[in-house]
Write a protein that binds this ligand. Structure first.
Ligand code: BDR
Ligand code: CA
Length: 314
């Protein structure tokens, strides 16, 4: 919510896999957020699959008129690698969502990001929960973008803990380290929501068991996209990476952040995509790296905004 009581305009960029789907459902249901559009990128799955998944999720939650823009089909300079081993070959764990006749907009994602920033005259917040390729391209189209948006919330990075794509790098950054580095070096005000905090925010099997099979809308999205993980892979929990970024949009006090410059390893070594905070207080920075999260309060928000019951487990 903005200071004057109006809704916060938010543009979401997604590579729709399991947790992106839950993040979209959460953002759509959030009473403080006005979603202005959704942009897609290659990440968890190919761009085509991510775009199809996004449309299916939006159809399921009733966001049938929310415009969707296709973005970059590959990282800036590297070959794309996906995370189908985790999200399932279709990215949504095989969830059967309605595939209504519906098309994407003609404009590209980076163009829409720039156009929206202009339209909203400084009040737009960007939320990136996939590789940062579209944002890097938008920055090259409009170098003044940092002055034109309020801030950017990024799900990405592993600052003080191991990575999940490689030993040291988190997936979204590992897929396109060059894009992440351009974002980190820009004057954009960025809140980094990395594994340091998302690994404390979980949907447990006990929570998932409480959602009815006949649920519709957001609860149906949560129920169906997690089915493969809980039923076929016997997972005990799912990290709520991307939903936490949306939670922070709604309530920034959920996290404690450190205001330090961020660097991204763009080498060709195994460490590519590693994110670090630089202990350099002389450098002015607009970056905030989340180092703590009130996981219990986020769980409460996640359950209440989506209207799903949660177990007592924490
Ligand atoms: C991030 O990587 C993707 O697999 C998830 O959707 C999330 O955005 C977590 O590292
Ligand atoms: Ca994602």
């Amino acid at each position: 919510m903005m200071a004057d009581g109006t809704l916060t305009p938010v543009l979401m960029d997604v590579d729709t896999g399991v947790d992106d789907a839950m993040a979209l459902a959460l953002a759509w249901a959030a009473p403080q957020i006005e979603l202005v559009g959704v942009t897609t990128v290659a990440g968890n799955v190919t761009l085509d699959q991510a775009t199809t998944n996004t449309l299916r999720v939006l159809n399921t939650i009733g966001a049938t008129d929310l415009p969707v823009y296709r973005g970059m089909s590959r990282p800036l300079v590297r070959d794309h690698f996906d995370a189908a081993h985790f999200h399932g070959n279709d990215g949504l764990g095989g969830a059967l969502f309605p595939d209504r006749e519906r098309s994407v907009e003609a404009m590209t994602a980076p163009e829409f990001i720039v156009q929206s920033a202009r339209n909203y005259q400084g009040s737009l917040t960007l939320c990136f929960v996939g590789p940062l390729t579209n944002l890097a391209v938008a920055l090259s189209l409009e170098p003044d973008l940092p002055d034109m948006v309020d801030h950017v919330v990024v799900m990405g990075g592993a600052f003080q803990m191991p990575g999940n794509a490689t030993a040291t790098a988190e997936f979204n950054i590992a897929v396109d380290p060059e894009a992440a580095e351009q974002v980190a070096r820009s004057a954009l005000a960025v809140v980094w929501i990395g594994l340091d905090v998302t690994h404390s925010t979980n949907l447990y099997r006990e929570d998932w068991d409480l959602i009815d099979d006949s649920a519709t809308g957001g609860p149906k999205v949560v129920r169906e996209v997690c089915r493969q993980a809980f039923e076929a892979r016997f997972a005990d929990l799912m990290h709520l990476h991307d939903p936490l970024a949306v939670g922070v949009l709604q309530d920034p006090s959920l996290i404690v952040g450190v205001d330090l410059p961020v660097t991204v390893d763009t080498s060709v070594r195994q460490t590519a995509g590693t994110t670090r905070m630089m202990l350099d207080e002389s450098t002015h920075t607009n970056q905030l790296v989340a180092v703590e999260v009130d996981a219990a309060r986020f769980r409460e928000l996640f359950g209440s905004v989506l209207g799903i019951p949660l177990s007592d487990r924490e």
